[in-house]
Design a protein around this ligand. Structure first.
Ligand SMILES: NC(=O)C1=CN([C@@H]2O[C@H](COP(=O)(O)OP(=O)(O)OC[C@H]3O[C@@H](n4cnc5c(N)ncnc54)[C@H](OP(=O)(O)O)[C@@H]3O)[C@@H](O)[C@H]2O)C=CC1
Ligand SMILES: C[C@H]1O[C@H](OP(=O)(O)OP(=O)(O)OC[C@H]2O[C@@H](n3cnc4c(=O)[nH]c(N)nc43)[C@H](O)[C@@H]2O)[C@@H](O)[C@@H](O)C1=O
Length: 313
């Protein structure tokens, strides 16, 4: 990949896509192709084919997807399987038909069996049943991985698939009905402090453990793998450490400065009890995460406050 290679970042306004754009720009890549979903609906095969035919795209970062937290996944299963299958199928096939040099597909650690041994090694894929709250999304992602591998095998393409753990960072989704736990708790504690509320509700039992990776670390890993990895086998991306949701809640509570209580709403599902990734493979390839959770949290809360000030002006 050269500084003037034509690079399409699908989903460039999202948490991951925007971090990949920042990483590419900071490393001097200048020829980036970017389209919002209203400019190019990636579920529309004809539009996607035309877009690829009309631009000599050399590299693709496939970071466009329908993404959401546990409750959104559980409530809208049809949308999660349909949109993700359409988006990824249209892009992967158009990339092949127009001779794209290399493509990076973003999966997720929810592709691993619900009760797989920890930490999750790449070879545990397809060894057991999935977590029901996100099975449709996970099945779409598994289909995407297999599609990349099948195209590599039959058509000699160079499509790589990465499995990031739970992510957070700039341009995260703070809508409490669709967001993931980390941005949701930042907003809940912040609003409770501002409004003088005595309690904050945290979903589930607080016992599940999650691993959190900053989107800038993830983007750095994606760029590193695009430049240094050619295998068809999936690669985990994580920090190699996790914490219970109850501990995350206490940490965010302290950073935000909320002095009230936490209540657990156990009518909301916990989801997978644990999904800590084994990072031996990516560490062996020469990449390691750098941003510690507490530093990352302070930084995103700072951005959250800045955005709130801007919104008020
Ligand atoms: N967030 C997380 O914790 C994790 C995310 N991932 C993976 O990373 C990838 C990116 O996720 P993330 O950045 O968090 O998601 P976001 O929701 O932040 O961003 C998704 C992007 O996809 C675009 N998009 C969605 N639907 C369409 C469509 N029909 N046509 C065109 N573009 C569309 C959106 O574009 P627009 O803004 O223009 O509407 C948006 O910018 C996904 O594959 C996800 O599975 C993996 C593990 C964890
Ligand atoms: C990235 C990943 O993201 C999803 O899986 P998840 O990790 O279960 O996601 P989550 O961040 O929504 O929840 C993590 C844990 O946190 C608890 N929790 C507490 N309080 C809130 C809360 O206020 N909001 C949310 N969303 N969760 C909360 C919640 O009950 C759960 O125990 C899937 O989309 C999956 O497909 C996927 O890939």
């Amino acid at each position: 990949m050269h500084s003037n290679s034509s690079i399409y970042v699908a989903g460039h306004r999202g948490l991951v896509g925007s971090a990949i754009v920042r990483a590419l720009e900071s490393k001097g890549y200048t020829n980036l192709l970017l389209r919002t979903s209203s400019e190019l609906d990636l579920r529309n095969q004809e539009a996607v084919n035309d877009f690829f035919k009309n631009h000599a795209i050399e590299y693709v970062f496939l970071a466009a997807a329908k993404v959401g937290g546990i409750v959104a996944n559980n409530n809208y299963p049809a949308e999660y399987i349909r949109d993700n299958l359409l988006i990824q199928t249209n892009i992967i096939d158009a990339a092949y038909r127009t001779g794209v040099e290399k493509l990076l597909f973003l999966g997720s650690t929810c592709i691993y069996p619900k009760f797989a041994p920890q930490p999750l090694k790449e070879e545990y894929l397809l060894t057991g049943s999935l977590e029901p709250t996100n099975e449709p999304y996970a099945i779409a992602k598994i289909a995407g991985i297999n599609m990349c591998q099948s195209y590599n095998r039959q058509y000699n393409t160079k499509y790589i698939s990465v499995m990031p753990t739970n992510l957070y960072g700039p341009n995260d989704n703070y809508d409490l009905t669709t967001s993931h736990v980390l941005p949701a708790l930042i907003r809940k504690f912040h609003e409770a402090k501002k409004n003088g509320q005595p309690v904050v509700e945290v979903w589930g039992t607080g016992q599940p453990r999650r691993e959190f990776l900053h989107a800038d670390d993830l983007a750095d890993a994606c760029l590193y793998l695009m430049l240094n990895y050619e295998g068809s086998e999936i690669v985990n991306i994580g920090v190699g450490d996790d914490i219970p949701i109850s501990e995350l809640a206490e940490l965010i509570k302290t950073i935000v400065g909320f002095e009230g209580d936490i209540v657990y709403n156990t009518s909301v599902p916990d989801g997978t009890p644990r999904k800590l990734v084994d990072v031996t493979k990516i560490n062996g390839l020469g990449w390691k995460a750098r941003i510690a959770l507490e530093d990352g949290l302070r930084s995103v809360y700072g951005m959250f406050l800045e955005n709130e000030l801007i919104a008020k002006k």
